[in-house]
Design a protein around this ligand. Sequence first.
Ligand SMILES: NC(=O)c1ccc[n+]([C@@H]2O[C@H](COP(=O)([O-])OP(=O)(O)OC[C@H]3O[C@@H](n4cnc5c(N)ncnc54)[C@H](OP(=O)(O)O)[C@@H]3O)[C@@H](O)[C@H]2O)c1
Length: 338
Amino acid sequence: MTDGKITTVRLGDGGPEVGVQGLGCMGMNFGYGPSDAGESRATLERALELGVTLYDTADAYGAGENETFLSPFFKAHRDEVVIATKFALSIPPDDPTRRIIRNDPPYIRSCVEASLGRLGVEAIDLYYMHRRNPDVPIEESVGAMAELVREGKVKHLGLSEVTGAELRAAQAVHPIAAVQSEWSLFSRDIEAGVVPAARELGVALVPYSPLGRGFLTGSFSNAEKDLTADDFRRQQPRFTGENAAANTALLEPVRAVADAHDTSLGQIALAWVQQQAQVHDLPVVPIPGTRKASRVEENTAATGIVLTEAELALLEPIAAEVAGDRYADMTFTSAGRE
Ligand SMILES: NC(=O)c1ccc[n+]([C@@H]2O[C@H](COP(=O)([O-])OP(=O)(O)OC[C@H]3O[C@@H](n4cnc5c(N)ncnc54)[C@H](OP(=O)(O)O)[C@@H]3O)[C@@H](O)[C@H]2O)c1
């Protein structure tokens, strides 16, 4: 940290300069049970004071509600924030377990207009394809996204949950600033193909769910028992039943490292993700999600923690031992197509 602010890094070779940790805003309106609008607004303001500039949303979060909620904050700080949103995914409100994925150009165009309207800004700084529909050639989708850049509606392009091969094909059409995929002590499948491709192509990694959706902080240990009925995490195999108990035991080495640094478990989980930038030699900007200002303070403080080789070695085996997939349906992830 310098001047009480986190350091900055460039997102991909031609991407925007951002604080080395972003903020995931999804939970402010969607997925993780009840939230308090005032507390969320205070969280956004505190994050900005601490040098967080990359704010992550999507049209799928609350069917546009999340973008609408963030709009006043973005408009008040337009020159200081980097707005990242996404298209491609819709979740029918009457069946939150279903996923509809569209990547066709007319749909992309209708989505960008709708997001710009809800956000109330003239351009989106980083526009991601949220999920891949393999029925549409990626060149066609990225071609349509590139047109949005030419028209000034979008400044930079990103892809979420793509494979290494899909990223290479996309980059041949238009520069990609960032790949957003799940990456944490519990989820390391992208290290096989996606991370090497990103490094080779000069693309940044934006790890989502770097706190394992909160599980790595120890704040819940069984989604069915600890979280509300509408919480998305109750659908994720690793957080329920016997898997949850087995995975709770995997936090012991994280606790040992946290004790050695006199930090929280979550800070060690975040420090591990941040340190993958050095391990894999590429820009890494995790976007932990929180609705509490005090947690932004805790999470950004983790950017200053450096884990030793011995500590990295102690944490190394965890991911391979995690019981249960990260989604009930892995076909929507890069790992499901690799
Ligand atoms: N591209 C994609 O497909 C995709 C998928 C999922 C998420 N995302 C994006 O990534 C962002 C982050 O992922 P995520 O929210 O799923 O998971 P996460 O960042 O791993 O964890 C978020 C959870 O951890 C809790 N938390 C945060 N800081 C904490 C702290 N210091 N101590 C204790 N608990 C803490 C949060 O609770 P509180 O909110 O109550 O603080 C929330 O329940 C999302 O907001 C979203 O923007 C993208």
